[in-house]
Design a protein around this ligand. Structure first.
Ligand SMILES: Cc1cc2nc3c(=O)[nH]c(=O)nc-3n(C[C@H](O)[C@H](O)[C@H](O)COP(=O)(O)OP(=O)(O)OC[C@H]3O[C@@H](n4cnc5c(N)ncnc54)[C@H](O)[C@@H]3O)c2cc1C
Length: 450
């Protein structure tokens, strides 16, 4: 198993329960979370090397570019042409850096994407099972009513004035920890806007608190952190070879080895699953991988819009859990979800931040192998491919501003669009069957964000 994020942890639990001996190799570190009194990894106000995977300079919205050391930090930020791609790089994968919003897809889009899967079965069996295991729930009224979530209440009020009806969203934040922060008994983390580089007090119910420990408790699953897969291949007898290098916390390499397995689960997230499989196909290491692998990539339409307001109070800080969202089927030209986001650094400032995401079925990208450099890159993404999503997000923001006197546009400029939700490249039902089993080579399965 490559990767210990959502795909890897869930697959490891299923395999462990089925009695299958499973080794999970994970490039990232296991972080000492929770720590109730100190910041474990950096944050936007206090950038440091541990925030990023092997980078020399920070690159994140609202973080002043800062020189850092290339160490196995918690977030990979890959600067592709015209698109920055962010993903987790730690034991627990994206669940360490994500914002815990846990929403099932609307039936109409799920059925369009996966015509062979039963939405009814997912809605009655699988979504509730995941929700219960992750312990996801909406923000309770006392948290929603507290000062650090003033921005959430203002977002809802402004949306309503614009004619939209925000609905509460499920979240994997641990409201008990958030309440302790509000009471002052632990260091403020979630209520101060930390999330992108983890909440050091364990305010998020990351996979390291549910699926992963359950998988390890089966006794059949073992985990090797700081072990990066560098290449895949196959022996003459049909077993998979997995080349790994061991890393130290300071980023230095501590040896390499070749692992052998009968079944290979590639759960390295969208970016790195594509990197590993496209390279394996194009170098001839796994030549029978389907030609579709690497195609059908999308940026989830991620767009960020802001405005400032004068008509309502601003809280002392902006809490990071997302309280609510809206869904827009056709008003903005493309199906779009909007979520009430926060801005760490806007302590006491009347600033509203909205994240919009779209279902753009037309604008897709391709991962290709660059033979000269021996690297897989996103080959054909252009600003035009992000344009429909950018226009839709901006139109919603403009509508909310127009409906609320005293509200003015405000922007944070950044050179590239950022996606925190890279999807596709190994498309379910196209490169794989509907169980994620890769077409072509036997015994290779991909469970990643689709
Ligand atoms: C800042 C941010 C906020 C987000 N907020 C939300 C949210 O609120 N709600 C939501 O639903 N989603 C959110 N997401 C997206 C979510 O995190 C991803 O969709 C999800 O983690 C994808 O799961 P995955 O298993 O495909 O990959 P991941 O969770 O990324 O796991 C892949 C794992 O594989 C490891 N790996 C990669 N390459 C190698 C290699 N070569 N060798 C060994 N190990 C490797 C990685 O280190 C990682 O641990 C957010 C993402 C980011 C970056």
């Amino acid at each position: 198993m490559i990767g210990s994020g959502f795909g890897g942890s869930v697959a490891a639990l299923r395999l462990g329960r089925a009695g299958v001996e499973t080794l999970v190799v994970e490039r990232g570190r296991e972080w000492p979370i929770p720590n109730d009194t100190e910041l474990v990894i950096g944050n936007q106000d206090r950038p440091n090397s541990d925030m990023f995977w092997m980078r020399h300079i920070t690159d994140w919205p609202a973080v002043v570019p800062t020189l850092i050391s290339p160490v196995p930090g918690v977030m990979e930020l890959s600067s592709e042409a015209h698109l920055n791609i962010a993903c987790g790089a730690a034991v627990g994968g994206g669940s360490i850096v994500y914002t815990g919003v846990t929403v099932p897809p609307p039936r109409r889009y799920f059925e369009r994407l996966y015509p062979g899967l039963s939405w009814d079965e997912f809605a009655t069996v699988w979504f509730p099972k995941v929700r219960a295991t992750l312990n996801a729930s909406p923000m309770p009224p006392d948290v929603y009513g507290s000062a650090p979530f003033t921005h959430s209440r203002v977002w809802d009020a402004h949306m309503r004035k614009a004619g939209h009806a925000p609905a509460p969203l499920d979240s994997t934040f641990d409201w008990g920890v958030v309440r302790r922060e509000l009471a002052g008994s632990v260091r403020p983390s979630a209520i101060a806007g930390e999330t992108d580089f983890a909440c050091s007090d364990g305010a998020k119910r990351s996979l390291t608190r549910n699926y992963l420990p359950s998988a390890l408790a089966t006794g059949k699953v073992s985990l090797r952190p700081l072990t990066e897969v560098t290449g895949l291949g196959r022996t003459a007898s049909g077993r998979y070879t997995v080349e790994v290098r061991r890393l130290a916390a300071d980023g230095s390499a501590h040896g390499a080895e070749s692992l052998l397995c009968d079944r290979l689960f590639v759960c390295a997230g969208t970016l790195n699953t594509n990197r590993l499989l496209v390279a394996a196909r194009e170098t001839g290491a796994l030549p029978d991988l389907p030609a579709e692998i690497g195609t059908g990539f999308g940026d989830n339409g991620d767009q960020f819009n802001l405005y400032a307001y004068t008509d309502l109070p601003a809280g002392p800080s902006q809490g990071s859990p997302c309280a609510s969202g809206t869904f827009h089927d056709s008003e903005f030209g493309i199906p779009m979800r909007a979520e009430s986001w926060q801005l760490l650094g806007a302590h006491g400032l009347p600033v509203i931040h909205t994240l919009t995401m779209t279902a753009d079925f037309d604008n897709r990208g391709t991962f290709a192998y660059d033979r000269l450099r021996g690297r897989v890159r996103l080959a054909d993404w252009t600003r035009d491919k992000s344009r429909p999503s950018a226009d839709a997000g901006a139109a919603l923001n403009a509508k909310v501003i127009a409906a609320n006197p005293g509200v003015v546009p405000f922007s944070l400029t950044w050179p590239f669009t950022l996606t925190a939700h890279p999807l596709g490249g190994v498309v379910l039902g196209r490169s794989t069957d509907l169980y994620g089993r890769v077409k072509g080579p036997r015994g290779c399965t991909c469970w990643t964000a689709r």
